[in-house]
Design a protein around this ligand. Structure first.
Ligand SMILES: *Cc1c(COP(=O)(O)O)cnc(C)c1O
Length: 383
């Protein structure tokens, strides 16, 4: 009987055990403490670009505070890529602002030209735009070289959802260093994890100070509990920060492992027509060299020997967890009434794409089983 193979399992080693045990023994089991401070400094140093960091209980909390920090609220809108995980859009909804969805480019990241068109038409209509949110999808940075100056000219703040992209880079910096503020996620399935957690990054110290205040129930700095604002309980616990520090110390090796797994999938893909890895062009195209390879996604076009559905069924039959790409937000019932700027690209990606098991904890034998199953699924249809 096949053991299940998961999509992106947490990768925990003895290093993590040592950090967490040391944290428990240090007496800082209550929230905050030296591990939280050190974790913030280490992540900020890793991302670079002059950012400082605020450790939080989730990536969603980071995006929520980022949006509050630039003044998103009732009466304003925030443009969000439609191809994303629901948390990007939920964070907008929490502030009372309206999410407006914008379609994807061929690599699944936001379509920069369409985003600019959307900004211009909303501005022409006199719609207040609080921000544009970019998402570095599946561990690949957006085209900030084009997006950032266009937004700058129009005076629109950029918020970067880098939840999936820690360790990825592009021209001008690392994921998490773009825009007024960025959010990282350390959820259990991300490139590194604190089991649950996130981080807000910004080089705007006023924004970070305000977020730190809101994240601790908006407590005034006096001896008794004094409150003049509605706050949140969003800070990260010390024990989880210790886990995060251990994971961060292994981040490069975990990225390298995910990349090596992707290369194995690429060699299977190269045997067939009409199928490719999202974010790469033809077989040996290294255009994903600066991505963190969080999830490896396949795209099966009309000429492929099997459809995405057929491949998913074949993988499931061998207990291999694979999934369609994120279902676009404009197709989600909860956002049915939201405004959208669409080209059809995200719907095509959703129909033709799938994500393969990509976790750094996968063994060679597990990756082999995925490759064999994939090959068999594609050959069967070729006869
Ligand atoms: C995971 C994720 C988030 C949310 O992170 P949590 O830590 O789970 O709250 C936000 N945006 C994207 C694109 C994500 O993949």
């Amino acid at each position: 009987m096949d053991e299940p193979i998961l999509l992106s399992q947490a990768h925990v080693t003895q290093v993590e055990e040592e950090y967490v045990l040391a944290s428990l023994r240090s007496g800082w089991v209550a929230p905050l403490g030296p591990d939280v401070d050190a974790f913030e400094e280490e992540v900020a140093a890793r991302v670079g670009g002059g950012v400082a960091a605020l450790a939080l209980s989730s990536g969603t909390a980071a995006l929520h505070l980022a949006l509050l920090g630039i003044g998103a609220g009732p009466g304003s809108c925030v443009l969000v890529p439609t191809m994303t995980f629901v948390a990007s859009a939920n964070a907008v909804a929490y502030t009372g602002a309206q999410p407006v969805f914008v379609d994807a480019a061929a690599d699944a990241n936001l379509d920069v030209d369409l985003m600019i068109e959307a900004v211009d038409s909303l501005q022409r209509e006199g719609q207040p735009i609080a921000a544009v949110m970019s998402v570095d999808l599946f561990g690949r940075c957006c085209d900030y070289e084009r997006l950032a100056p266009e937004l700058e000219t129009r005076g629109i703040p950029l918020i970067e959802d880098a939840a999936e992209a820690l360790g990825a880079r592009t021209v001008g910096g690392a994921a998490g260093s773009f825009g007024r503020a960025a959010g990282l996620s350390f959820n259990g399935n991300k490139i590194m994890t604190t089991s649950g957690g996130g981080m807000l990054l910004s080089s705007d110290h006023d924004l970070l100070d305000r977020a730190r205040y809101l994240a601790t129930q908006a407590r005034q700095p006096v001896a008794w509990y004094e409150h003049t604002d509605i706050g949140y309980n969003y800070r990260l616990s010390s024990v989880l920060a210790a886990l995060g520090r251990a994971q961060l110390s292994r981040l490069d090796s975990m990225i390298a492992r995910r990349r090596a797994i992707r290369e194995q999938y690429a060699s299977v893909v190269a045997e067939f027509e009409g199928i490719r890895i999202l974010g790469r062009g033809e077989h040996d195209d290294p255009s994903d060299a600066s991505d963190n390879c969080w999830l490896t996604c396949l795209l099966l076009d009309e000429g492929a020997p099997a459809s995405a559905d057929e491949v998913l069924t074949a993988l499931a039959a061998r207990k291999i967890e694979a999934r369609p790409l994120w279902k676009p937000m404009h197709l989600q019932p909860v956002f049915a009434t939201a405004r959208s700027f669409l080209t059809g690209t995200s719907e095509g990606l959703f129909a033709r794409g799938l994500t393969l098991p990509s976790g750094s904890a996968l063994t060679d034998a597990q990756v082999e089983r995925v490759c064999d199953t994939l090959r068999a699924a594609l050959r069967r249809e070729q006869r």
